[in-house]
Design a protein around this ligand. Structure first.
Ligand code: AMP
Length: 416
């Protein structure tokens, strides 16, 4: 066996592990549709401009983490680091500007050139939603509630919801001034990135994970009090609605989220079972003006890390790989063709079947059926074929019967 792992920060998801992925995906299809969302699939490749413009050129994702390259036609392309910007680009081709909302959900791979660590990958997967075109705080609360509903559906417990507001860009100005004042006397002792953030986008400092900066960040004055009335009212309304819906949360004023497009509500859901990278999902309200569009699109959404959902679920339930109904193997060369015929009949009858087409011994056939946890092992050697029979062994109770080849599919179908 050779050992050639995929590139750092990526992984193979093998059939033995896929059951839990299907489980979280199926629950997403179910729950999000209950709220009127439809699935959208946009390209993994977008023009780089979609992200630079959409996420903000000073965000960590755009500055340091995107997989960007020129294709053979000289186009500037990027492997999507997140879902929202591309989805808004796609929705702008619809009637979104006519005030008609679009509710979509998505799942798929995202790419960020981060330092790989437990729970932090370079290719990871997200399940997310966007409700674009609606500005009422009721939709923020509904969206957050929907994620809580989703977590309940898949059986994740023990998580925490952290809430904050980024206000509107206009309402943020006094807070920005207060931040400048506070950090002007500390920035010299902070990391190099924060020195740049201080000059270019001071809010990003609050997102810094460098331990050197942590003491200064933890003492940051509470910005909520500096925001204007409209922004405060929006946030209070969302919180009041969550209270009404019995959703527990903590207000975390220093939660700013990593991208520039956020306005008003931002939130993060953490889970204690995830270790250092404890964010299960994050989201909020955003305004994006896709390049070329005259107007901004406002929406509310979130994205959950699928690897992290899988990690949080690991201790809860077993999502075993599906096992075949039948394992069929020839014990002599003449039995190969009948095996193929019987396997075809079983599969067309919706019974999953693993077939061998190379003669083997009875012992090794039964061992293989056992290893696959098949319900039935079906075999025939020369003596059975002389009588046009196949031997069927019930792998659970050990009983075995011989059936004529022409009847075997009907006989096994009657066993389910
Ligand atoms: P973000 O919008 O960056 O907060 O991402 C939303 C969610 O995606 C996070 O809460 C994580 O669960 C997941 N996520 C983000 N980046 C990564 C990564 N590099 N590796 C694994 N999961 C990630």
């Amino acid at each position: 066996m050779t050992n050639s792992p995929p590139p750092p920060g990526t992984s193979d998801i093998m059939p033995e592990e896929i059951g839990v992925w299907h489980f979280i995906e199926n629950a997403a299809h179910k729950v999000f549709r209950l709220y009127g969302y439809g699935e959208i699939r946009t390209p993994v490749l977008e023009f780089t401009e979609v992200f630079v413009h959409g996420l903000g050129s000073e965000t960590d994702v755009v500055r340091k983490e995107m997989y960007t390259f020129k294709d053979r036609g000289g186009r500037d392309l990027t492997l999507r680091p997140e879902g929202t910007a591309g989805i808004i680009r796609a929705l702008c081709a619809t009637d979104i500007f006519a005030g008609i909302d679009k509710k979509v959900y998505y799942m798929g791979p995202m790419f960020r050139g981060e330092r790989p660590a437990a729970g932090r990958k370079r290719q990871f997967h997200q399940i997310g939603v966007e409700n674009a075109g609606r500005i009422l705080p009721e939709f923020d609360a509904e969206c957050i509630f929907m994620f809580m509903h989703y977590l309940q559906e898949i059986g994740i417990e023990g998580h925490s919801l952290l809430m904050s507001t980024r206000a509107t860009p206009e309402d943020r100005k006094p807070a920005e001034k207060a931040l400048k004042e506070y950090y002007s006397s500390h920035v010299s002792g902070m990391c190099e990135d924060c020195k740049i953030r201080f000059e270019r986008n001071i809010w990003r400092i609050l997102d810094c994970k460098n331990p050197q900066c942590a003491p200064f960040i933890s003492e940051t004055p509470d910005m909520l009090g500096y925001f204007g009335d409209d922004s405060r009212r929006h946030f209070e309304k969302v919180c009041a609605l969550l209270d009404k819906m019995n959703v527990k949360y903590t207000v975390e004023p220093r939660l700013v989220r990593g991208l520039d497009y956020y306005v008003h509500t931002v939130f993060e859901v953490t889970h204690p079972g995830l270790g250092a990278q404890n964010a299960l999902a994050g989201g909020g309200r955003y305004r994006i003006r896709p390049s070329g569009a005259k107007k901004e699109v406002e929406g509310i959404g979130f994205a959950a890390g699928m690897e992290r959902l899988v990690m949080a679920l690991q201790n809860h339930a077993s999502h075993a790989q599906e096992t075949p109904f039948a394992y069929i193997a020839p014990l002599c060369a003449e039995a190969v063709l009948p095996c193929m015929e019987i396997a075809k009949g079983l599969r067309l009858g919706n019974l999953s079947t693993v077939a061998e087409y190379e003669p083997r011994s009875l012992k090794s056939a039964l061992r293989a059926a056992d290893r696959l946890s098949a319900k039935f092992a079906i075999v025939a050697g020369e003596s059975e074929l002389e009588k046009s029979l196949f031997l069927c062994k019930d792998m659970k109770n050990g009983t075995q019967k011989e059936f004529p080849i022409s009847e075997i599919v009907a006989q096994l179908m009657s066993q389910i």
